[in-house]
Write a protein that binds this ligand. Structure first.
Ligand code: PLZ
Length: 446
């Protein structure tokens, strides 16, 4: 193992605060950020990172923070995972870039083979690699349009698919993502999502509502694709009712509509299965992946049915950096880590820890409206107990208090009233419990 790995392994997996949060060096850097970086780029934490390993991040003042966000669901294998560090170090010493479209290399092909084997469905598949989740979503839409020779795309309420122009059109939430940035790509339509905690509909009922709206407002003859997150991420970790996704898949298949699963946030063992689609027993035509694929290096992919993936003209898909060799080396090491360490099982262990902690708290605290999710993708939805209305203010207070205590937690949801847990799947039981009790104490104090 390289020296870098050895250094990471020396970081103790425990919370340790040596200054108030933010400390003086972070405050200095934040002042420089204000002068140098566009104010449109926000930050969740008020501290700057200096090192990280596994489930902790050390800030520039020497505070060790518990990471319950994984850089938004990216470092599922833990930060600076040893296999990833080693593979990237070896690759950087071999070559850094050639452009796969100019001089191809085997790492790209090996990642494609892995994705084809791991994604749901035993049919013949192909993959194409890109850099970000947004870019992969855009390409999935291009592929669906090329194959079906139709234009329209349906996305759902609360959806998040990215920040580029086409993906902003797919993304539901106005602030902060969309406001002032239009006009957006055309031929994008929105359908109602299944949101069991708020709509009380069964899966088949919610699907019938969505399909009826799609048929009335779009028409299957115009519709190239339906895109959906099997469990919604930014929109609030919404798990659709049983049967909802299956009915959509069946309808899509009967109508020559491509079913695209955006597994950017749910993918790679995060939910306790390699892909969230598996929980629902669906086989999407195209699966979009990113985030957890490469242990922190930028990489994304579209994987799916060979006849779809081969529909666009040769040269029709690509990009300078897509499937960069460092990112591919990282992805192979990352996927090996998920498999060798059975991190899907760790995700299920994380789920039971979170459920246990918050189910106990919910008995005494009616502000905890809903506890939901799968694996290491768990959400707590906070409400006003009298009205059932979302309580975003309370959620913000809890998150801020946890941050001040050295626990990195993220919020999400259309109404900003959800604390989401996305810890690295390698996080130890004690470290996780400590992080959860900080959040529970913050709730009790709020
Ligand atoms: N699809 C389901 O979750 C990214 C966004 C953070 P990129 N989610 C985190 C932010 O505020 O920008 C995401 C996602 C789903 C697509 C994307 C987009 O992936 O890699 O951020 O482009």
């Amino acid at each position: 193992m390289s020296d870098i790995t050895a250094r990471g392994a020396q970081i103790t997996q425990a919370r340790n605060l040596v200054t108030s949060i933010p400390g003086p060096r972070s405050q200095e850097l934040m002042a420089r950020k204000r002068q140098a970086v566009s104010s449109a780029i926000g930050t969740t934490m008020p501290v700057f990172a200096e090192a990280a390993f596994g489930g902790v991040i050390v800030d520039v003042d020497g505070n060790t923070l518990i990471d319950l966000g994984s850089g938004i669901a990216v470092t599922g294998v833990g930060n600076a995972a040893p296999r990833v560090v080693e593979a990237v170090t070896a690759q950087v010493n071999a070559f850094t870039h050639t452009c796969f479209m100019v001089t191809p290399y085997d790492g790209y092909v090996a990642v494609a083979e892995k994705l084809n084997a791991l994604t749901p469905g035993t049919f013949e598949k192909r993959s194409a690699l890109f850099n970000s989740g947004s870019e992969a979503v855009e390409n999935a839409v291009k592929i669906a349009r090329s194959y079906t020779k139709k234009n329209a795309v349906v996305a759902f309420d609360h959806a998040y698919h990215g920040r580029t122009n086409l993906t902003l059109a797919l993304t539901a939430k106005n602030l902060p993502y969309k406001s002032g940035f239009g006009p957006f790509a055309s031929e994008i339509y929105r359908a109602p999502m299944s949101y069991p905690f708020r709509d009380g509909l069964s899966g088949p009922e919610a699907a019938a509502r969505a399909i009826s709206q799609i048929e009335k407002q779009v028409g299957a003859e115009n519709l190239a694709a339906i895109i959906i997150e099997p469990i919604q991420g930014e929109g609030g970790f919404i798990v659709p009712a049983e049967g909802f996704l299956n009915a959509l898949v069946d309808w899509a298949r009967a109508n020559n509509v491509v079913f695209i699963a955006d597994e950017v946030q749910t993918g790679f063992a995060r939910t306790g299965a390699m892909f969230a689609s598996e929980h629902f027993g669906i086989e999407p035509d195209l699966v979009v992946t990113a985030k957890g694929i490469a242990g922190g290096l930028p990489l994304s992919a579209v994987t799916g049915r060979a006849e779809l993936m081969d529909a666009p003209q040769t040269g029709g898909l690509g990009g300078t950096y897509g499937g960069n060799p460092l990112a591919c080396a990282a992805a192979l090491a990352t996927i090996e880590t998920y498999e060798a360490e059975d991190l899907a099982a760790e995700a299920r262990r994380i789920e039971s820890q979170i459920r246990e902690a918050f189910t106990a708290a919910q008995r005494e605290d009616a502000r905890i409206g809903d506890i939901r999710g799968h694996g290491a993708m768990m959400a707590i939805e906070f409400i006003n107990p009298e009205t059932g209305d979302p309580d975003g203010a309370l959620t913000g207070k809890i998150a801020a208090a946890a941050h001040a205590q050295g626990v990195i937690v993220l919020t999400c949801g259309t109404y900003g009233n959800i604390i989401r847990f996305l810890p690295p799947l390698t996080i130890g039981a004690d470290l996780l419990n400590e992080g959860l009790s900080v959040v529970l104490n913050a709730l009790a104090a709020a």
